[in-house]
Design a protein. Structure first.
Length: 226
């Protein structure tokens, strides 16, 4: 099979999902950026527009997240930041969210490469201020990036991405949710790639699929050394 046919095959794979009921599948449109300001520090920027339906016309959540990254090793960095989450009810007539959350978060990301596969481990802690309630949550995500048409992730690479993430509450019921994702992406340049895939989220006793579209655009604001 030729690698240039992979995006076509992925579209064919998604067609039955797109034809499915609007209520059974949601949609997430996402942007992520790591903006390097020095050798040691960068700024995390993130926007996620999440919808109850597969068409992006019925908002479920607007998530805005930022933070400061400290790069203490070539394959590891730590982050501390803030996030705002506005939650909307299904088919709500309100333009403003019904429930708002302010969140402080800390995380550690480490990576390693085995063969041609890149492994990314993300450990995250969240202090959540949901209206008048305070909650804590712990998350662990293991993600694999697999280049398909090249031996490593360089410009012009089609790649597969797979991850599983578990959420554990600090209070109440221990298990919060689990997310399982699979998709494909294309590396346009060192700083830019796009990804699309399907995520299945299990929240305690219920589950739902989400079609995802994401863009990762990283900038480097460091001054060139003379």
């Amino acid at each position: 099979m030729k690698f240039r046919n992979i995006p076509i095959l992925f579209v064919l794979f998604l067609m039955p999902l797109v034809a499915h009921s609007q209520d059974d599948t949601g949609n997430w449109i996402m942007y992520f950026g790591t903006n390097r300001v020095s050798d040691a520090f960068s700024i995390h920027t993130e926007v996620q527009y999440r919808n109850h339906t597969i068409a992006p016309v019925n908002i479920e959540q607007l998530l805005l997240r930022t933070g400061v990254n400290y790069h203490f090793a070539k394959n590891a960095f730590a982050t501390m930041g803030y996030a705002y989450i506005g939650n909307h009810l299904y088919e709500s007539e309100r333009s403003s969210p019904e429930v708002e959350e302010h969140r402080i978060w800390q995380q550690l990301i480490t990576t390693n490469i085995l063969g041609r596969v890149k492994f990314e481990h993300r450990y995250r802690i969240e202090e959540r201020f949901v209206e008048r309630d305070f909650k804590t949550r712990f998350r662990y995500r293991l993600m694999l990036f697999i280049p398909l048409n090249k031996p490593e992730m360089t410009t012009g690479t089609f790649f597969a991405g797979v991850y599983d993430e578990i959420f554990i509450n600090g209070e109440e019921e221990l298990f919060d949710r689990n997310r399982l994702y699979g998709g494909f992406g294309y590396q346009f340049s060192k700083n830019l790639n796009i990804q699309t895939g399907l995520l299945y989220q299990r929240v305690r006793t219920t589950g739902k699929a989400f079609l995802q579209f994401g863009i990762v655009y990283n900038t480097d604001l460091r001054k060139e050394k003379t």
